[in-house]
Write a protein that binds this ligand. Structure first.
Ligand code: EPU
Length: 420
């Protein structure tokens, strides 16, 4: 089992590049099912989740040509066929359920395993199914398999989401692009990754309006064609580097970012007295000031992202005073609290709030990445802690951070991969 050895790093300095957004790339790959030909996707982050999504597409006859050096994938759907989506692959990534919408739209039928819960929460799919049903599909759930069938075709309608779920918004958009008539989704998610998916679908010929607002309107079309698309920069990867720069008292220029997508993160860092400079597509962080304790409440976009909560918790652990994080998106996203506790952090959990009492120093320990962002938080903590930390289960980290070890070494971080 591979692990990271991470040690206190006092001289973090340099520039670091951000990849394309994992959470935009996954739905866009799924949406390529809707194309009647070739699509080219650029700025692809070749992460393990992305590779699994590619295997899921190959399993239904889609031709995938990866060019890792150019960060590009060419996709050809001419030999696509419909079958039960491969269980072995589905259970590896929750985003596999994003195949349901486009397969339903293209074939009128889909058979797929329930994606199941994960470390951060139960993560039901009721809102996705509610949307498919409203579009005219019948749903049959048996022995963990979901059969979705729209014999008479999907028909546009009005759908209200009880919660602005990212995945449900994406799946319902993909299901309705080929439906008869117009679909309106209200109280939908407004994340930049949704806007990127809409841009991709529109460049294939879909007619979708309102991306980035709480109401999306989709006028059904009869078919979608070829297109080329460049994935937006990964705001969570960028945010992670900014927090890392602050926590290590370093100086990092994060390149290829969209500053607008990071407002919740940069505003919070500024409130903490972290020096941040934003110019065009570069954000610089200077960690030299004395930081101030603050509170955070995770919210759907444009609110503070749940995917940045663990990294901020590491930073708050060494700041004087008490900080409170209120997690409102996932019911179990505090697994990293125990691990940070092993490193000497003083954190208490009460319901969906974590109360962080800053300590003078944290110390290196043997810890485990319990999920992707928790793993990123442990790297940040390890770079600030006295001594060496050994981080296990790093496959979680590699689901979302491309070449993390190399990127961090280049800016002076003491991080090493070991295999034992
Ligand atoms: N929810 C329901 N019913 C549904 C769908 C969602 O109750 O049918 C609940 C979930 O249980 C959760 C909340 O709604 O409590 C938010 O879930 P959402 O559907 O918005 O999240 P997701 O689509 O499953 C995506 C990202 C996550 C990110 C969340 C929130 C992808 C592939 N994943 O998940 O990314 O945390 O949105 O922003 O886009 C990560 O990258 O580390 C990650 C977990």
């Amino acid at each position: 089992m591979e692990k990271f050895l991470v040690e206190k790093s006092r001289k973090i300095k340099g520039t670091i590049n951000v990849e394309g957004a994992k959470n935009a790339c996954l739905p866009i790959l799924a949406a390529s099912i809707l194309s009647n030909g070739k699509t080219i996707i650029k700025r692809v982050p070749f992460l393990s989740d992305v590779n699994i999504m590619c295997s899921l597409l190959q399993d239904i006859g889609i031709d995938i040509n990866k060019n890792i050096k150019d960060k590009t994938i060419e996709i050809d759907t001419k030999n696509i066929f419909n079958k039960e989506v491969c269980y072995e692959l589905v259970k590896k990534i929750r985003a596999s359920f994003l195949l349901a919408g486009p397969l339903l739209a293209r074939f009128g039928k889909v058979s797929i395993q329930m994606p199941g819960g994960c470390a951060i929460g139960v993560r039901p799919i009721d809102l996705h199914l509610k949307g498919f049903k409203a579009l005219g599909a019948n749903i049959n759930q048996k022995h963990g398999i979901i059969e979705i069938d729209a014999k008479d075709g999907l028909v546009g309608t009005e759908i209200y989401l009880d919660f602005p779920s990212v995945g449900a918004t994406e799946n319902i958009i993909m299901a309705s692009v080929l439906a008869k008539g117009e679909t309106t989704i209200s109280n939908c998610a407004t994340e930049p990754e949704i806007v990127d998916l809409i841009d991709f679908l529109n460049s294939m010929g879909a007619k979708i309006e309102g991306g980035g607002t709480e109401t999306i309107k989709i006028k059904g079309v009869t078919s979608l064609n070829n297109c080329q698309h460049t994935i937006i920069p990964d705001r969570i990867e960028a945010g992670t580097f900014l927090v890392l720069g602050a926590a290590t008292k370093g100086e990092i220029s994060v390149l290829n970012v969209n500053c607008e997508h990071l407002k919740a993160v940069t505003s919070k860092l500024k409130e903490m007295n972290v020096e941040i400079e934003e110019k065009d597509n570069i954000i610089r962080v200077f960690g030299k000031n004395i930081f101030k304790n603050v509170d955070i409440k995770t919210m759907p976009y444009p609110g503070f992202p749940t995917d940045m909560q663990p990294q901020f918790m590491s930073l708050m652990s060494t700041i004087n005073g008490t900080s409170i994080i209120n997690e409102t998106i996932f019911e179990n996203r505090f697994m990293h609290v125990c691990e940070l506790g092993l490193m000497g952090a003083n954190i208490k959990v009460e319901g969906n709030s974590a109360i962080i009492n800053g300590v003078d120093k944290i110390t290196g320990s043997k810890v485990k990445a319990t999920d992707l962002r928790a793993g990123a938080a442990l790297i940040i903590a390890g770079l600030c802690a006295e001594g060496v930390s050994e981080i296990g289960d790093i496959y979680h980290i590699e689901r979302g951070y491309y070449n993390i070890e190399e990127k961090l070494k280049q800016i002076g971080a003491n991080i090493k991969r070991i295999d034992n």
